[in-house]
Design a protein around this ligand. Structure first.
Ligand SMILES: Nc1ncnc2c1ncn2[C@@H]1O[C@H](COP(=O)(O)OP(=O)(O)OP(=O)(O)O)[C@@H](O)[C@H]1O
Length: 336
């Protein structure tokens, strides 16, 4: 058994597109002898996802996220490098891989468009040979969490986006796969449905121990669901770390406001923490720029050092932190 559920080693995928030369003669030449231009969608990417971990794969548009997921789900073959999902090389053993994984692509459904959802579920039960009793109890669990029964007799084509993606999630998990790939699962959903789907995913990771690889542009989603993120840009991995590490590296904009019990207490410096302002009994702290503690660690230090009657903190929004990380990673993939 492998220590990691998902192992990616030096993975690369290059696409070739043909470009048409300008002008009539150029166009004729292109027909006879087309210019093939390489696009390195994924370049030498390596990372691991531990069993029962939810990892967010982030990056600007065109960074290579979907291409990576397509390789891991067996849809695409890499140009070089290796990948294993639950011990299986996905593009070599597609069927075995399909039994181990569930996949949801928020932009398109995997369900039968003209069938009522429940019939799609039954077809999947037959394909994956799930015993009837297990099928029924899983459907019950998914209905409890995702409230599907009010619309699961409706044809897929008549479902709203939020209803359809909830059904896609249930369909992807009906055969109880240990590994789940989610490519922008909550795109276009309203906030209530988004929260319901996030709650469902948390349950699947924490209670069912599933391993999840998620791509999203929604930083609230990342903050709520992921502990670790991998950031790619231009197909290259530029960052792999916990949210705390990333906040520490790119999001040094927190502030702590503490009101002291003794208004005349001496203000002393704490490691990595600067005293920004003093206003009578109120001290305002911020990071000193040395890449020191996270806001939570700083909070602990301040409370341990001073006797405070009131304390409040403002943290940089993850959105701002990731924007700083993207900027540091270079121009957006689509801009080059
Ligand atoms: N079949 C293909 N043929 C040619 N180029 C492709 C193909 N598929 C993807 N690409 C290119 O590879 C790059 C990575 O695309 P990919 O879809 O993996 O990005 P992404 O990170 O998922 O982007 P988004 O956030 O916009 O979904 C892009 O420049 C894209 O145009």
């Amino acid at each position: 058994m492998n220590a990691s559920s998902i192992e990616v080693r030096g993975l690369s995928r290059t696409f070739y597109t043909t470009v048409r030369r300008p002008g009539f003669v150029g166009g004729l030449r292109s027909l006879v002898n087309p210019d093939r231009v390489p696009k390195h969608a994924v370049s030498d990417v390596s990372f691991d996802v531990a069993p029962g971990e939810l990892l967010a794969l982030l990056g600007p548009n065109g960074a290579g996220k979907s291409t990576t997921i397509k390789i891991l789900t067996g849809i695409l073959t890499p140009t070089s490098g290796e990948a294993r999902v639950a011990g299986v090389v996905p593009y070599q053993e597609r069927e075995r891989n399909a039994r181990n994984i569930g996949a949801v692509f928020g932009q398109r459904t995997q369900l039968w468009w003209d069938l009522p959802v429940r019939e799609s579920f039954s077809i999947l039960r037959d394909i994956y040979e799930v015993p009837q009793a297990q099928h029924a109890s899983r459907l019950q669990e998914f209905d409890d969490l995702l409230e599907l029964s009010s619309f699961w007799d409706t044809r897929v084509r008549h479902l709203s986006l939020g209803q359809r993606v909830r059904c896609d999630l249930a369909a992807a998990l009906l055969h109880d796969p240990p590994v789940v790939f989610l490519d922008e699962p909550t795109i276009g959903m309203d906030v209530v449905v988004k929260e319901q789907v996030r709650e469902f995913l948390r349950h699947q990771v924490e209670e069912r121990g599933r391993t999840v690889l998620l791509t999203t542009h929604d930083m609230t989603e990342v903050a709520r669901l992921a502990e670790r993120v991998v950031l790619i840009n231009h197909g290259r991995l530029v960052l792999d770390g916990t949210l705390d590490e990333i906040r520490r590296k790119f999001g040094s904009t927190w502030q702590i406001r503490a009101t002291l019990a003794d208004a005349h207490a001496e203000a002393v410096s704490l490691p990595g923490i600067a005293l920004v302002r003093r206003d009578g009994p109120q001290l305002v702290f911020g990071p000193d720029g040395t890449g020191g503690p996270t806001v939570h660690q700083a909070l602990k230090q301040v409370i341990e050092r001073y006797e405070v009657t009131e304390i409040a903190m403002d943290e940089a929004e993850l959105e701002d932190v990731m924007r700083a990380a993207y900027v540091q990673a270079g121009p957006r993939a689509e801009e080059t």
